[in-house]
Design a protein around this ligand. Sequence first.
Ligand code: MF3
Ligand code: CO
Length: 283
Amino acid sequence: MSNRKRWIVPAGVTPTELDEKMLFYQEHGHLVPTREMIKTPEQIEGIRMSGVINTGVLDAVAAEIHEGMTTAEIDRIVYEYTMDHGATPATLNYEGFPKSVCTSINEVVCHGIPSEDEYLEDGDIVNVDVSTIFHGYYSDASRMFMIGNVKPKIKKLVEVTKECLNLGAAAAHPFGHLGDIGHAIQTHAEKNRFSVVRDFAGHGVGLEFHEDPIVDHYGQRGRGMMIVPGMVFTIEPMINMGVPDVFIDEEDGWTVVTEDEKPSAQWEHTFVVTDNGLEILTY
Ligand code: MF3
Ligand code: CO
């Protein structure tokens, strides 16, 4: 308990109704967020504007993606659209990541690096993960694209993964818990005999690229941190056809691949917690 971050009302600040509520929950043993995890209405509007551009980027990719193109071409579309709108791709030079977007094909789970020698082929599934900085505000979302004729079972993986994101978001309620989200995702994935990647998670986002809290895509109802209005975080389930285990490519230090080299899918949105549930900021 001593080590845990707490909800602290700064000295001299008159506690709000939310402060009183969170202090009460905290005293009764709930794992609550810190006060800093709650965004102001102004910050939320900034993240929302970043999200509008981020969605525009993904729409631009959707309009142009096709069999036979390289992932480097996707990177150029992302870079140009983003810069044309006065924004910056958040991944570019982020901890040394060299490109403006992550492109993850088939057995690549996430963090694939666009390349001039990587072509989209008939039957491929590709995740395009876009994150944008606009006026200092961050947003983050990804979609799957199916190239040509995708095998029915792989198509099913893509669809179930999208359902996992939607069900996870629908399970989130103000003053519920992050475990409600993970539980909904895990239940749906495993019901369909797929597995949930545990080594990567959703995350707080907005003032930085990756903030607290960690949003796991597995878990138990009623467990984990309380979900509180004003929190902004991603949900981005990575669902595998085979085993949940992954490894990182040693050569580039980034590309995350399934241990059994079976396909993996991912969908992601940035959400804000409102008084009614989650609102998507990356539509
Ligand atoms: N958009 C990814 C995420 O959801 C970005 C990972 S950081 C990168 O967090 F550098 F690998 F791109
Ligand atoms: Co993310």
